[in-house]
Design a binder for this molecule. Sequence first.
Ligand code: ADP
Ligand code: MG
Length: 475
Amino acid sequence: MEVTAQSVWKNCLSFIKDNIQPQAYKTWFEPITAVKLTDNALSIQVPSKFFYEWLEEHYVKILKVALNKELGDRAKLVYVIKMENTYGNKQPFTEKIPSSNRSAVRSQDVDIPLKNKNPELKNPFIIPGIRNVKIESQLNPNYNFENFLEGDSNRLARNAGLAVANKPGGTSFNPLLIFGGVGLGKTHLSHAIGIDIKDKYPEKTVLYISAEKFTQQYIDSVKKNNRNDFIHFYQIIDVLIIDDVQFLSGKTGTQDVFFHIFNHLHQNGKQVILTSDKAPVDMQDIEQRLLSRFKWGLSAELQSPDFETRVSILKNKLYRDGVEMPDDIIEYVAKHIKTNVRELEGAIISLIAQSSFNKKEITISLAKEIVEKFVKNTKREVSIDYIQKVVSDYFQMDVDTLQSKTRKRHIVQARQLAMFFAKKYTKASLASIGSQIGKRDHATVLHACKTVDNLSSTDKQFRKYVEDIAKKLAL
Ligand code: ADP
Ligand code: MG
């Protein structure tokens, strides 16, 4: 068999896959493509500079072993960094960095020019003396790193947060985008980064603000005719934390002003930290040029914590509140409340409250009562399977047909409707919807959602389908 860059890399991957955690493999190795092989040098393309640094920092040894196995002792690895340039959709450009392939040599040996060739772009409108104005950071001291327990579900995000706090603006995690579902710790983690920076660099101006409040301030500034002051205020921040950026969906004016502020901060080496309830690929009605900025740094996901992490979060909370509780009760709560840390804390708080108000002993049966209330009160989500079932029943076909590869129009429409409702009624990402509905990709799902939107406003019969199915799905 001919030896190609792809075949060599494929072998390396299968070796690496066997030797590291599946999640790490997925995160750090699946996105890489092999691009070139010359003599004993293999070039691989990585999505960003951050990626390259992370690989060198954490995986250089295993890469070396894998490569030596394939190409012998003189094997070399060359990284090709794929970067988006300043203007979104234009040609990406690449930069080549030869790796030392020796762990002793680190990234400081390679000099990667910053995306911005003109970092000294100063704000011409800076208000003299404004540096003396103290800006309140709006940080909650209880949301610190110490209280933010680490587990598999948040390791990447937490560690990236620590790295940012050590060197705000000085890592390639800029912006750092933390995303994940409700109650998984986005707000807490973003505060923790801000607090840590304030500790380490008291002279830095840190500001936490929700995207909602940011939007409100912007609208007010337009009304009061001081939009420029608004912009200048944000341009002098050293570390800007904006929580829940999905709130900017569809708000083009605010997106526009944020885009300019972001560029200014980024060009001047200031740190931007964002949180969102969705991954960038799943964000809707956010301008492309802004989305492409979000992808410049690192997007780190907060996932639902596993059982062990849930137990430690509960124990930590009880310890901080000075409350003692038997392990079996803690474990009972952790076992039954799985997807949301806020609910987990809520259940334990009401358990403590119940027992102290009613002078009841905390028992498993009391725990059960309270957990049931919590689980019942959280509105049940329809599943994608259920949606597919309802849609196929409605069109009198079976689920296999709905998922099949056929291009027959009525089947395609049924499938698109299923995707549309999955997007509407579940929190699943486009990619995950696609993979569950006939193994399609996220672009197909996005296209399906748009098609259904269009058709329901132009085609009366089709609108009826949408309404009927919506009724059937109503809980
Ligand atoms: P989000 O902003 O993602 O909706 P929050 O940051 O408001 O979530 O977190 C919800 C609650 O869960 C907060 O009280 C927070 O302190 C707690 N929490 C979340 N993750 C952790 C964690 N890893 N360790 C300790 N507490 C956590
Ligand atoms: Mg939040």
